[in-house]
Design a protein around this ligand. Structure first.
Ligand code: DQA
Length: 139
């Protein structure tokens, strides 16, 4: 499962100086291609709603997903519910970000879900996702 949180549906036009001009559909296509190289299937989703992300983490567990790659976007920095869900499920969780939150505003330095993530790939745009898929394939 590759899960994307709030405002990532706007990629392509959203703050391109920070996030680039690649759309989420283009990220999805690249992820499907990279996963295919490793014989993995991708279920790629986006929502603006915190509880939906919680439900999808549970669904990944129930489906026996090999891994969950998640860009929780702003919920990274606020959601204890996502942290608890990530802790509650069996599939390993890998955190991704297009930008590097550590080099941005102070309020982005704390990642709740990161406390349950095996690894974090950040600051490389689309490549953050592709590196996360490589890591998932190695698990
Ligand atoms: C983001 C970083 C977050 O701080 C921000 O709220 C986002 C996107 C990223 O991919 O760089 O929405 O997760």
């Amino acid at each position: 499962f590759i899960l994307n949180g709030p405002n990532l549906n706007l990629l392509g036009t959203r703050e391109p100086e920070l996030y680039g001009t690649t759309t989420l559909a283009e990220i999805e296509a690249a992820c499907v291609g990279k996963a295919c190289e490793h014989g993995l299937e991708v279920d790629f989703r986006q929502t603006n709603h915190e509880g939906v992300l919680v439900d999808w983490l549970h669904e990944a567990h129930a489906a026996g997903a090999k891994a969950v790659i998640i860009n929780a976007a702003a919920y990274t920095h606020s959601s204890i519910a996502l942290l608890d869900a990530a802790k509650a499920i069996a599939p390993p969780v890998i955190e991704v970000h297009l930008s590097d939150p550590q080099t941005r505003e102070d309020f982005r330095h704390l990642s709740y879900i990161g406390q349950a993530a095996r690894q974090c790939f950040k600051g490389k745009g689309l490549a953050s996702y592709l590196e996360a898929i490589e890591a998932a394939a190695r698990l």
